[in-house]
Design a protein around this ligand. Structure first.
Ligand SMILES: NC(=O)c1ccc[n+]([C@@H]2O[C@H](COP(=O)([O-])OP(=O)(O)OC[C@H]3O[C@@H](n4cnc5c(N)ncnc54)[C@H](OP(=O)(O)O)[C@@H]3O)[C@@H](O)[C@H]2O)c1
Length: 351
């Protein structure tokens, strides 16, 4: 299959008139520090054709995630379509298990169309009143990360006081919503902008949220949680982790979810200065990868869907319109421009 590399501006001019053409985003160079649009290219190719046992999917919603930044350093092949969690509609099927018109979840993201086998795609359930995008936010890997973190890793119990970093992001908002439903005690968060902090206390159920740019994290956390915390849900690492170790009570727990403070860093990783506290307070630290807990997916639906349908919880999503916005949406998420889960939606998606 021949492919043409286009800069973003050329892509914007051509995408609306090319119906027999597919587009994919490739990584073209390894970043040192923060990536820029120059590390990506929109690549045009003829529409892929499904062979026997496969189906052509037109993608409708894409998830762009911090782990993509981690993969850019070495794991993503250069000049090849990137991968990512995606929802699309089956438009041409050569397999009875993939029905035309059906909405499927698959991992061949960052492209407008793809060919999948039944093993590579699963139909997403329809829940009345629940927007499709929820399958990439609170009902998808993001919500599952928060749910697994609380129920399987932290073994959270009602009344416990929690601190969540990157609280205004996808995992952070889901963690806040779920922890509130599960009966959390004091819920403290950190976020990078005052307006995000205000959103979390006004809408998500956090009791107090500090802007981590306004001072040392240890001081800000000590002020926000003067009596300490039982549990830290760590999306950030570094200085936030050190602050949480200081604020945790005896037998407290740390759930290591991610280390976003370091994904774009070119310097020496932050050195924790209070490791002895882990021994002296009998703290426990556990990390996990959500991909090892996919069997919890049905339980997540059972827990969350009724609350979405009743309106007790709302979706926290930042939606970028148009596939041409996928690179900017990804880079904006790394800079903290999202509130809730960042999702890219195909222009004119009628779902
Ligand atoms: N273990 C797993 O299986 C798993 C699964 C999914 C996600 N994760 C991890 O969970 C974390 C959150 O992921 P997400 O998908 O929900 O992304 P997200 O929180 O929606 O987006 C990333 C956020 O990180 C914050 N951020 C960026 N640079 C930062 C820095 N230097 N210090 C502190 N915060 C910074 C930004 O918000 P601010 O405005 O607050 O800075 C940004 O909005 C990431 O670390 C990710 O790798 C892990």
């Amino acid at each position: 299959m021949s492919a043409t590399h286009s800069p973003v501006s050329a892509f914007l001019r051509t995408v609306t008139v090319m119906t027999e053409t597919a587009f994919a985003v490739h990584q073209t160079a390894r970043p040192h520090g923060f990536p820029t649009p120059r590390h990506f290219a929109f690549v045009e190719s003829p529409m892929p054709e499904p062979g026997p046992g496969t189906a052509l999917v037109e993608n409708l919603f894409w998830s762009v995630d911090p782990y993509h930044r981690e993969m850019m350093d070495a794991d993503f092949a250069l000049n090849a379509p990137l991968e990512g969690r995606t929802l699309g509609r089956v438009v041409d099927s050569r397999h009875p298990a993939l029905r035309e018109g059906e909405i499927v979840f698959h991992r061949q993201g960052w492209r407008t169309h793809t060919v999948v086998t039944p093993d590579e795609a699963r139909a997403v359930p329809h829940f009345d009143g629940v927007p499709l995008s929820a399958h990439l936010s609170i009902l998808g890997g993001t919500g599952l990360t928060a749910y697994v973190g609380l129920t399987r890793i932290a073994e959270f119990r009602e009344g416990q006081d929690i601190f969540v970093s990157a609280a205004a992001g996808g995992v952070g908002t889901a963690t806040g919503r779920l922890a509130r439903l599960m009966g959390a005690g004091r819920l403290v968060g950190s976020a990078g902008r005052p307006e995000k902090a205000a959103y979390l206390t006004e809408h998500v159920g956090y009791d107090e949220v500090f802007d981590y740019h306004s001072g040392p994290a240890a001081e800000l956390l000590a002020q926000a949680a003067p009596d300490g915390i039982d549990l830290y849900m760590d999306n950030v690492g570094g200085e936030h982790l050190e602050a949480a170790i200081s604020s945790l009570r005896e037998y407290g727990r740390i759930v290591r979810i991610g280390t976003i403070s370091q994904y774009n860093s070119t310097g020496t990783p932050y050195a924790l200065r209070n490791l002895p506290d882990i021994v002296e307070k009998s703290l426990r630290i556990d990390g996990f990868l959500v991909r090892n807990y996919l069997d919890v997916q049905e339980e997540l639906y059972e827990f969350v869907v009724p609350h979405l349908q009743s309106g007790r919880i709302m979706l926290d999503e930042t939606v970028v319109d148009g596939f041409d916005g996928i690179v900017d949406g990804f880079l904006g998420m790394l800079r903290g421009e999202n509130r809730g889960k960042i999702i890219v939606r195909a222009a004119g998606a009628d779902v």
